[in-house]
Design a protein around this ligand. Structure first.
Ligand code: ZN
Length: 152
């Protein structure tokens, strides 16, 4: 089931009375983590929610596809984040609980430090390495060295 973001991460607590479990199974394209250098595509969420005393327990598996810029060529580079048994425990106030923020935070914690496109084989990598190699030996090709030699 593909849900709109605003309907997706909602638990209706009255449905959980009598110790009934509610199963959770949806896909959505969340708007919540579109920060400047990070976009999320589809997020698959499944699991269950139930009450344990005063506490709402949500036990989830989350699979998210996301993109961040490649550290070398800056092209948006896709990757996946999987969360197995993300356990959310809250004492809910009110009739509904929106767990989008819990999922958002859990996903942000699992972000890679850096991404590189093509699974670590960025086509621009060679160019960058050449550049670094050139600049490390730059003193031999210092543009004014020829003039200095001419004065001697
Ligand atoms: Zn790249």
């Amino acid at each position: 089931m593909i849900l709109a973001m605003e309907d997706a991460f909602i638990i209706y607590l009255d449905r959980l009375s009598d110790e009934k479990e509610e199963s959770i199974d949806f896909k959505t394209a969340p708007q919540f983590v579109n920060e400047r250098e990070l976009t999320f595509g589809q997020v698959d969420v499944n699991g269950k929610a139930y009450m344990a005393g005063d506490h709402l327990i949500i036990d989830l598996n989350v699979k998210a596809s996301a993109s961040m810029p490649c550290k070398i060529c800056n092209e948006m580079s896709p990757f996946e984040i999987t969360l197995n048994h993300l356990l959310i425990t809250v004492e809910p106030k009110g009739a509904v609980y929106d767990f989008s923020e819990d999922v958002r935070e859990a996903l942000l914690l699992e972000l890679p430090q850096v991404t590189e496109c093509q699974g670590g084989e960025c086509p621009d990598r060679v160019g960058v390495e050449k550049y670094f190699a050139k600049s490390s030996s730059s003193e031999e090709h210092f543009p004014f060295s020829a003039l200095d030699e001419g004065d001697n």
